[in-house]
Design a protein around this ligand. Structure first.
Ligand code: DAH
Length: 343
């Protein structure tokens, strides 16, 4: 019987030497000897019945010793294999952190989106919320309710794309004022950004462009509130030294109406090419909401007053980034677009 135990021991040692090249093969080998049902060492116990009684105790002891020895040997083997595999993995997955990384070019937002976001940021800081209207409007919202009825001469100020006698592509985000005032009770403080459309095409005009309308309706709103808000806006966008001035103008939906100029941020007001020697640059139209417009929306014009302004986003961006042709903003030329990264 002794030889049998010795030969199993040898078999294990040979197996370790020749077969156990990985954790998986070592585990298979272990199973051959130590599996509780089929393992060769366990099977030895079945021999017990053939062993003379007086030798049974000694035999059992020796099988147990063999089992303990084999268990320890295989545990050792497993630890060795684990270390070996880890080392191999480290070798294989080693990376050279000094190699230059391949850089994916980073994109940036379109200048119009950047400008739009900056404007929203400034006015959101003053408590404005966003209302986005629709690009297709009917005549009432785009004109009539804004105190510009059918035969009003101011309709000629904007060359309109009509879709039908009733529907049109909105020419101004001012139409959003009416929707908001029809549906909201004052106090109102909204900003309405979006695309507008006019049959107009030259270096500074495009048939599609973007505006940002502002509307505030509350008790005792005056031109001072308007000037205060616009001052904050121009300082944030064009620099702290920038100031505004209001000039009388005309829009049917505001009374009084003003044209807003900023002190030239290029020359500081001395006079240069950008401001055409005047020291001032026109940036937007604004005014006190015409009482007729408030009444058209069911708002009591004795109790409430409002201010409104309309900012051209392309114009604001062109001035800020020194772009002299509006087409550059619509041609998607990456060489141009990647130069403007202001976010
Ligand atoms: N809607 C005008 C335009 O597109 C701009 C404008 C002027 C908007 C005065 C206003 C405003 O809200 O008060 O030319």
């Amino acid at each position: 019987m002794n030889e049998k135990l010795t030969s199993i021991k040898q078999e294990i040692l040979d197996g370790i030497e020749n077969q156990a090249t990985s954790r998986a093969t070592a585990f298979e080998l272990r199973k051959q000897f130590l599996d509780s049902k089929t393992g060769k060492i366990g099977q030895l116990m079945k021999e017990m019945k053939n062993i003379p009684n007086e030798e049974k105790a000694e035999f059992g002891k020796q099988v147990n010793e063999l089992k303990n020895w084999a268990t320890e040997v295989f545990e050792d083997l497993d630890a060795k294999m684990k270390a070996k595999e880890l080392k191999e993995r480290y070798e294989k997955e080693k990376i050279d952190v000094t190699i230059d990384a391949e850089c994916e070019p980073k994109g940036n937002l379109h200048p119009i989106t950047q400008m739009r976001n900056q404007l929203i940021d400034v006015f959101a800081g003053m408590g404005f919320t966003i209302y986005e209207g629709t690009e297709i409007e009917n005549d009432y919202y785009n004109f009539t309710a804004l105190n510009t009825p059918q035969d009003h001469p101011a309709r000629d100020m904007q060359d309109t794309f009509y879709l039908s006698p009733e529907f049109l592509l909105r020419t101004q985000t001012s139409s959003g004022q009416i929707h908001v005032m029809e549906n909201t009770k004052p106090p109102i403080k909204i900003l309405s950004p979006g695309k507008v459309f006019r049959s107009d095409d030259d270096a500074t005009h495009s048939p599609m462009f973007t505006q940002m309308e502002g509307l505030v309706v509350d008790k005792k709103i005056t031109l001072c509130d308007l000037k205060g808000m616009l001052d904050v806006f121009v300082k944030k966008i064009y620099g702290e030294e920038t100031t505004t001035r209001l000039r009388p103008s005309y829009f049917p939906f505001t009374e009084p109406s003003v044209e807003v100029d900023v002190s030239c941020f290029e020359c500081g007001g001395k006079g240069c090419k950008l401001c055409k020697g005047t020291g001032w640059i026109e940036i937007l139209g604004a005014g006190i909401v015409n009482k007729k417009v408030l009444e058209n929306c069911g708002i009591d014009s004795d109790e409430y007053s409002g201010l409104a302004f309309g900012i051209g986003i392309e114009r604001t961006a062109m001035l800020k980034y020194g772009i002299n042709n509006i087409k550059l903003l619509f041609e998607s030329d990456l060489n141009v677009l990647k130069q403007i990264d202001d976010n």
